[in-house]
Design a binder for this molecule. Structure first.
Ligand code: WT7
Length: 648
């Protein structure tokens, strides 16, 4: 792979917290020399019913067991342990799409979680049972997760923007017993029919015994009296001050399953454990942002994704801080919604995505300047590479050139931050577009395609050489796929699927996915999933989906398709196919373009040559076509695409 031109000549950004970096270096050294000693000490920060016997059991690689023998409950660590010292402290400030505001103190949250835990028990939920959650970002979402964790159940949240089909697949894969959902949710002031989606899914999910329905929109919905229960009435029927003892859980018991896209059509059920994950969530947030009792933390992610799980639920509540939760859209009712919210709630830390930053750049500064953002003290991003222009804009316009930008690289699988500046230990000079150094105990390296460390400044594959507490335990009911996907390329090395470069100061630059996974506005989408969705439509015989650069969303999916005989390309068909993809996966998977061609460029063995399709998309030279079965396919694809571009 070639040397990469990074903005190396950028002057380091100097901000006042910056120090020599010695302290960070020492902590990193200490953690890598003696990882077990390091974590033995760090794990004391959370509460345990019984201490672990062994920090790391690596006798069955790559199925690592952290804090083996330890007993704890994460709902205790996020709630009970704060009741003595910060009972009346606000845990959540919630703002709904329509402007409603609700707050929960730690004590109120604790009470409601206990009540719901009681209900779960009454419905026969036992340790290890699965509870599926299909909710918008409303307080009942974290409450459900914490109540599930309290009784030892495993939760699986399905992002409320996913389709009924996606919901059914996930429920069936983990055979959930209970579904918690809502009558609807709000999007730009309009009702989204969540319950209707759930009902459709429930036609094919025999494992579900009860459905708990939160009233969010209050519009009329169908209620199946054998199965559906209203959340509010049920909770209100539970006695005040109900206490459900937190189930003593092994550190190595699973806490949740979160499905994410991979390189095949079937989403992967990423399984996280309790002990290691709790320790990792606690320390990563503390190291990166160092939130204190005075902070108002705002992570803008939906709890349907890992970012919301770790940094809207488990990490901030383990630290006992105040978080802002927001249900809705950044530009509703107006383009200054977020800035108004920061002013209204006195947000001190804003953690968001590069896509959001680029969107606000486009909206213009007048929306920002209307508001007093002086409470902010530090900023962060996640989900996709941040381009230096967006970084600098964020730094200048929102950060007033005084605030650090904590660019956090991590994945659903890693449980928490892996590469990020650590203002809670020692903030190193920042370079726009680099996530700086790996966290303590993260043994990261960039490899070339032969499995050797890549030369400094040369693009390669990011790998992690040793286990860390927050890592996934396995893929739900699919240990083989777990081994194959993450440890199959190089034995005992965790393969991230990302490209990266290490520069001469040892800074890491994350350069996007090296596999068939897209990051669309920070959301993870498998091209194969999209292709399967397209070919499941009767008109499509073949599909090739790839990412195309987009100024705001980073990348967007573009599909080349071949129609079955009897179908002709038309605008109506294009619209129908888009509808079909949205109904199969969800609106986030909407293809930006669908290019209908007679044939796709293929090798003689029948493999679609994506490189050529990509070249057509970006208008770069096509290169060698000698291996193609039929080189005329290239001209046809090119001509079709160019004709289409002219039209729009
Ligand atoms: C993929 C993981 C991690 C929480 C949200 C996404 C990309 C994530 C960064 C970053 C460059 C990033 C990677 C990674 N990614 N953060 N700071 N810089 N790329 O979790 O959906 O599991 O996606 O997101 O490509 O592999 P996810």
């Amino acid at each position: 792979m070639s040397e990469t031109n990074l903005p190396f000549d950028e002057k380091f950004v100097i901000i006042k917290q910056i120090s020599s970096g010695e302290k960070l270096k020492k902590e990193i050294e200490r953690s890598l020399t003696n990882p077990q000693g390091f974590w033995d000490e760090k794990a004391e920060a959370i509460d345990w019913f019984k201490k672990w016997d062994k920090v790391l059991d690596d006798s069955n690689k790559p199925f690592y067991k952290w804090f083996k023998g330890g007993i704890l409950n994460i709902s205790y660590n996020t709630l009970d342990r704060h009741i003595k010292t910060r009972k009346d402290k606000i845990a959540y400030i919630w703002e709904g799409e329509m402007g409603e505001i609700k707050t929960y103190t730690y004590y109120q949250l604790y009470q409601e979680v206990n009540k719901l835990a009681k209900i779960f028990k009454e419905y026969g939920i036992e340790k290890g049972d699965r509870i599926a959650v299909y909710l918008p970002v409303i307080p009942e979402l974290p409450i459900t997760l914490l109540a599930a964790a309290r009784v030892g159940a495993i939760h699986t949240v399905v992002f409320s923007g996913f389709s009924s089909e996606a919901l059914a697949d996930r429920i069936n894969d983990c055979e959930a017993k209970i579904l918690v959902t809502a009558d609807g949710s709000f999007r730009r002031g309009k009702i989204v029919e969540i319950k209707k989606n759930a009902d459709r899914a429930l036609e094919t999910t025999p494992s579900i015994q009860k459905v708990i329905v939160v009233k969010r929109t209050g519009h009329e919905i169908e209620i199946n009296s054998n199965r559906d229960i209203w959340y509010k009435e049920t909770i209100e029927a539970v006695e005040e001050k109900t206490y459900v003892p937190p189930e003593p859980m092994a550190a190595t018991d699973p806490l949740f399953i979160l499905y994410t896209s991979g390189t095949t059509g079937k989403p992967k059920g990423v399984q996280h454990g309790i002990g290691g994950y709790n320790v990792w969530a606690y320390w990563t947030l503390k190291w990166a942002f160092n939130p204190t009792d005075q902070d108002i933390w705002w992570c803008t992610a939906d709890i349907g994704w890992i970012t919301g799980h770790t940094y809207n639920v488990y990490a901030p509540l383990s630290l006992g801080i105040t978080s802002l939760l927001f249900e809705g859209t950044p530009d509703f009712p107006a383009k200054d919604r977020w800035w108004a919210m920061i002013e209204r709630h006195g947000v001190t830390i804003l953690y968001t995505t590069p896509t959001a930053v680029r969107m606000f750049m486009k909206f213009g500064e007048e929306w920002i300047n209307k508001h007093d953002l002086s409470t902010l003290r530090i900023l962060g991003t996640v989900g996709e590479p941040i381009n230096p222009e967006a970084w600098k804009w964020f730094f200048k316009v929102i950060g007033k050139e005084k605030m650090a930008i904590i660019d956090t690289w991590w994945q659903t699988e890693t449980g928490g931050y892996m590469i990020a500046p650590l203002s809670g230990i020692d903030l190193v000079p920042l370079k726009p577009g680099s996530a700086t150094y790996p966290l303590p105990s993260i043994n990261a390296e960039v490899y070339d395609d032969r499995g050797q460390p890549a030369k400094t400044g040369t693009k390669g594959f990011l790998i992690i050489k040793s286990p860390w507490p927050g890592m996934l335990q396995t893929l739900w009911k699919d240990p083989e796929r777990f081994k194959q996907t993450y440890f199959g390329r190089w034995e005992n090395l965790y393969y991230t699927g990302d490209y990266a470069v290490k520069d001469k100061e040892g800074y890491f630059w994350l350069l996007g996915r090296a596999d068939e996974v897209l990051k669309v506005a920070g959301h993870r989408l498998g091209t194969v999933e999209l292709e399967s969705a397209l070919v499941s439509h009767p008109s499509v015989s073949e599909a090739a989906v790839m990412g195309k650069e987009d100024a705001v969303k980073g990348e967007v999916p573009v599909a080349f398709i071949v129609l079955r005989s009897g179908y002709e390309p038309s605008e109506e068909l294009r619209i129908e196919l888009i509808k079909h993809v949205r109904a199969t996966i969800g609106p986030i998977a909407t293809p930006d373009e669908i290019i209908m061609v007679n044939k796709l460029p293929k090798t003689r063995s029948g493999k679609i040559v994506r490189r050529i399709l990509r070249a057509v998309l970006i208008g770069s030279p096509i290169g060698d076509t000698s291996t193609l079965e039929d080189a005329s396919a290239v001209d046809e694809v090119k001509a079709t695409y160019e004709k289409m571009k002219k039209k729009t």
